[in-house]
Design a protein around this ligand. Structure first.
Ligand SMILES: Nc1ncnc2c1ncn2[C@@H]1O[C@H](COP(=O)(O)OP(=O)(O)O)[C@@H](O)[C@H]1O
Ligand SMILES: [Mg+2]
Length: 223
């Protein structure tokens, strides 16, 4: 839902909290790590302006973003220059989150919103706070959209958080640079597309240049 403000449009996001017991003071809502990241986003996290708790629901008032990277892909409108710019913003945003001891665990084009040509991370529904940078999490807590799940999530019971976000950045880079959103179902050797990709890499047939911006703008229209 978008509301009008003199300076910018705002959106609200509501969370149903049925069954969740809140022991914390409501005034503290948005004051923890979550609020810090939203509030001091350095430009690459969607901004949070306020939170309100009403019975069985928390309402977030956040900056409105008219588009997501997913919308851009669907509209076949990403140019190589934009691909470069968006990837850099994505990496900056992830670096910022990790420096604030948070892992996102849900990076995908739908959760990368675009406001005034700036890419911003959104949807912290699966994000986790790290006690230390190598902290391990249960794999089942970190699997969101399976296509974006890192290979170790299918192999190990516990995984480090930060590499999961970095894996997703690689997937997004591939989507941005190869003009295709199609890839494997899961990043596991049991998946034919993934194992074919791995064979190409091992055979030296996929090289660094596959991730470089040497494609022509016309190629991008095949998204
Ligand atoms: N601040 C926002 N401004 C505009 N659209 C938004 C905003 N936040 C989310 N959306 C839209 O709503 C969709 C779902 O929101 P999201 O926060 O990702 O929740 P979830 O994926 O858990 O349903 C997003 O993919 C995006 O299209
Ligand atoms: Mg989402």
């Amino acid at each position: 839902m978008a509301l009008c403000n003199n300076d910018m449009d705002l959106a609200t996001k509501n969370f149903t909290v049925q069954g969740v017991t809140y022991t914390r003071n409501e005034e503290l809502l948005g004051k923890g790590g979550f609020g810090v990241v939203f509030g001091g986003s350095e430009g690459h996290v969607i901004r949070l302006f306020g939170m309100n708790k009403i019975p069985q629901m928390i309402s977030f008032v956040i900056e409105f973003a008219p588009q997501s990277l997913y919308d851009k892909f669907k509209m076949k409108s990403v140019t190589p220059d934009e691909a470069h710019k968006y990837f850099k913003m994505l990496v900056d945003g992830i670096e910022f989150l990790h420096s604030e001891m948070l892992v996102h665990c849900g990076i995908k084009p739908e959760n990368l919103l675009i406001c005034n040509e700036t890419l911003k991370l959104a949807d912290f529904g699966k994000s986790k706070r790290m006690k230390n940078k190598d902290q391990k999490f249960k794999n089942e807590e970190c699997i969101g959209t399976k296509q974006y799940a890192a290979p170790e999530l299918w192999k190990n019971v516990t995984v480090e958080g930060r590499p999961l976000d970095i894996w997703c950045c690689g997937i997004i880079l591939r989507q941005l640079s190869q003009a295709s959103m199609e890839f494997w179902e899961i990043a596991d050797i049991s998946d034919k597309q993934y194992s074919r990709w791995m064979e190409l890499i091992k055979g030296g047939k996929v090289t660094r240049s596959d991730f470089c911006y040497k494609f022509k703008p016309a190629t991008m229209s095949k998204f």
